[in-house]
Design a protein around this ligand. Sequence first.
Ligand SMILES: [Zn+2]
Length: 171
Amino acid sequence: MSESNNDTEEREREKFYEDRIGSSGFKITKPRDIIIKVLSRSSKLMTADDIYLEVKKEDPAVGVATVYRTVELLTRLKIVCRRILGSGRSYYMLSRECARETFIYMICDNCKKIITNNKCLNSAVKVRLRENAEESILKNCNLKIDNYQILFTGLCDECRKSMKKQKKSSR
Ligand SMILES: [Zn+2]
């Protein structure tokens, strides 16, 4: 039951972004379509290389250069947005997700996995910038702020479990 709901949601989301490509005056090509599907179905943040690997599963004829170019185009059209995380790498997601006010995520120190869109993490945080923070940062520090992020580091569930096991077996 919940799965068919997810399917409908997914299709709606895909349609929303396909319409946006169309209204920007671009055609919906196969690579563009596949990349939107891949991002729409992904529960984790994706680098351009991650996207390429998933696209290849759908259509092996799409080359890496096409994927990079398409991701660039979709970013320019504000259909996809880029996030540069604490690790310095660029990650891509569909723009509706990007529009959240604060981006809260965790990087596992051990496996470097990035955990995001996590209800539990999100509900643990309540941070507000001071009033007119962006303006005063710009005025006093000459830094133009677009957004801010909250980064947790530590151990993910899997790494924590496997470390517990290791400890036990080494006794
Ligand atoms: Zn981990």
